[in-house]
Design a protein around this ligand. Structure first.
Ligand SMILES: Cc1cc2nc3c(=O)[nH]c(=O)nc-3n(C[C@H](O)[C@H](O)[C@H](O)COP(=O)(O)OP(=O)(O)OC[C@H]3O[C@@H](n4cnc5c(N)ncnc54)[C@H](O)[C@@H]3O)c2cc1C
Ligand code: SF4
Length: 537
């Protein structure tokens, strides 16, 4: 329940935060700690563990497609150059991510638009440590069948010494036994131990995954932050009149902002307005870049032309290997249990869903390669005709998650896209470097080696095989850090160039390719940005 309604006498809030993912939740906790009145606005729903879908066949509770009244936690956005996977709900991407928290390599801190602006490696070091503590990062104690398969692939590549368990944000207490908060000296919520069910990406039904609503956001709410779910922010307008005696410094936003929101799930899209001294945009790349692209045409015209530019993925590619080894259970373990670097620019991880989750088999087709769309379609048809049995086995498999290993391949090599306003949604255009490609020789080699290990067949998403468009779970950039507005959208403290009291703290601020899963880095960068904001007087 919102306590402060715009009275006209003072700001409703000191800070309004748009989005409750990694950037939003860290901001909410740190600002509340500093004594500010904070409101977090989230377009998705609030979830209790037993409300998450049992499998990814429960489409209404898994997918976010509010137009069709699907109000789940997982959103798929298809663009010309890339298909983007992202999370929605109170806790943002943490609700459906795979809990893996690697640190990026050295090159990340020295490349991209932020290179040289600060000594990022040493500046961020204490914030990485704090982020790992807060998210409860710990070594995965259980390696199971798909990790064993990846370990064998690592040996084939002569990389056994670099194959390791992932560090994950999971509570490994007694399986399914509830205990008082094990992370924050009893200040956090009660938790239960992980049972290695593999269901992290459809939402943990066992209260074992350290989602943001169990750490940062929980502690923020406990200290007084308010969270408004199922509301989407559609407007941010600089105030021209003084709300509480604020002087007009001449800089846009110096007198605060009016934030306009509307219902995101109800049939009747009621609008509400709040005033605030400061705004933090933390809607993830898709949320923040889209909102700012709209607002640059109306209330925020001075935003840098770099908005939407320098969009990166981790140059990922996803392959699925359907195994013939019926005695194996590839669904057991946490969502991503192990990792190894097949070469100096790449990482690979095996990913799993819980037993019963078979949705992705509907999207799978044989792994084919070739430059032209027509060529790939012909190869697909030939593959079905010449060897129909493996594919029929996949589509009729009883328990696809138990029988399959998903391979997530990521590369440091840089290429960037640009997001622009489209007719209905945003659209992607090529910016620098080669377009992200679904067909990478090393990824193919790894998929083939894994297929041999598990006596299986590799296949890929239909979008990858037919359109050549890769799927990414790691969309980054669009509001990058630069030395000025000709090179970036925000400065090194995450303040938007051209505006006062307006910040971006989420994946869109990532200014180089981390080459590994980015959530820990988003958390550490937001910790750093928040450390620059003084306590409330
Ligand atoms: C399947 C999958 C698995 C992944 N696994 C991992 C992993 O193991 N490790 C890792 O590091 N990363 C992983 N990621 C990536 C990770 O989830 C994201 O990088 C991370 O969540 C991005 O954080 P963020 O702060 O940018 O925003 P998000 O976490 O995306 O949160 C943004 C929030 O803002 C809300 N929002 C957007 N616009 C508005 C608006 N206008 N008004 C109100 N609310 C709004 C959204 O609903 C969302 O809840 C995974 C991603 C996917 C899809
Ligand atoms: S493996 Fe299962 S119990 Fe463990 S964190 Fe993931 S969903 Fe929760």
């Amino acid at each position: 329940m919102i306590k402060m309604i715009n009275s006209g006498m003072q700001y409703d809030f000191d800070y309004i935060i748009v989005g409750s993912g990694f950037g939003g939740s860290v901001s909410a906790m740190r600002l509340t700690e500093k004594g500010y009145r904070v409101l977090v606005i989230e377009k998705g729903k609030r979830w209790l563990p037993d409300q998450f879908p049992e499998t990814n066949w429960k489409l209404r509770r898994w997918l976010w497609m509010p137009l069709f009244r699907f109000r789940g936690i997982f959103k798929i956005t298809i663009m010309r150059h890339v298909g983007i996977l992202s999370g929605v709900g109170v806790g943002g991407g943490s609700l459906m991510y795979a809990n893996t928290l690697p640190r990026p390599r050295e090159t990340f801190f020295q490349s991209g638009s932020w290179a040289g602006i600060a000594d990022w490696k040493s500046d961020l070091e204490p914030h990485y440590t704090e982020a790992e503590r807060m998210l409860g990062a710990t070594e995965n104690p259980g390696l199971y069948d798909s990790d064993e398969a990846l370990g064998n692939v690592a040996a084939r590549f002569g990389k056994s010494d670099q194959f390791e368990p992932t560090r994950v944000a999971v509570f490994f207490g007694e399986p399914e036994q509830e205990v008082p908060d094990p992370f924050f000296d009893g200040e956090g919520p009660r938790r239960s131990g992980c049972n290695m069910c593999g269901g992290c990406m459809t939402g943990c039904r066992y209260n074992a995954k350290n989602t943001l609503d169990k750490n940062y956001l929980y502690l923020a709410e406990k200290e007084g932050a308010e969270v408004l779910a199922e509301k989407k922010v559609i407007g941010v307008e600089p105030l021209t009149d003084s709300v509480s005696g604020e002087p007009d410094t001449g800089e846009e936003g110096s007198r605060g902002y009016r934030v306009i929101l509307k219902d995101s799930t109800g049939l009747y899209k009621k609008r509400t307005r709040f005033t605030t001294r400061n705004v933090i945009l933390a809607g993830g790349v898709l949320g923040t870049v889209r909102l700012l692209l709209n607002l640059r045409r109306s209330s925020l015209p001075a935003i840098s032309d770099q908005l939407g530019a320098q969009i990166r993925t981790n140059n990922e590619s996803l392959a699925l290997v359907h195994s013939g080894q019926k005695e194996k259970d590839f669904s057991k373990g946490v969502a991503i249990g192990s990792i190894f670097p097949p070469d100096k620019d790449s990482h690979i991880e095996p990913v799993r869903y819980a037993s019963g989750s078979g949705f992705w088999k509907l999207m799978g087709v044989p792994m084919v390669h070739g430059k032209s769309v027509l060529g790939r379609i012909m190869k697909l048809i030939w593959s079905f005709i010449s060897r129909p049995l493996p594919w029929l086995r996949i589509y009729f498999s009883r328990d696809f998650a138990r029988e399959s290993v998903i391979l997530l391949f990521m590369q440091h090599i840089d290429s960037t896209l640009r997001l622009k306003r489209g007719l209905i949604n945003m659209r992607s255009t090529l910016s620098s470097g080669p377009a992200p490609s679904a067909s990478m020789p090393l990824a193919r080699e790894l998929a083939d080696a894994t297929s041999e290990e598990v006596e299986g067949h590799p296949f890929v998403m239909v979008t990858e095989a037919v359109l050549g468009t890769p799927l990414t779970a790691h969309i980054l950039g669009g509001c990058v850090i630069g030395k000025d507005s000709t090179e970036g959208v925000i400065d090194q403290d995450h303040k938007v160039f051209g505006y006062e009291n307006l910040y971006v703290c989420d994946g869109s601020a990532i200014s180089a390719n981390p080459g590994v899963n980015p959530a820990l880095t988003i958390t550490a960068m937001t910790e750093r940005a928040m450390s620059k904001i003084p306590n409330k007087e």
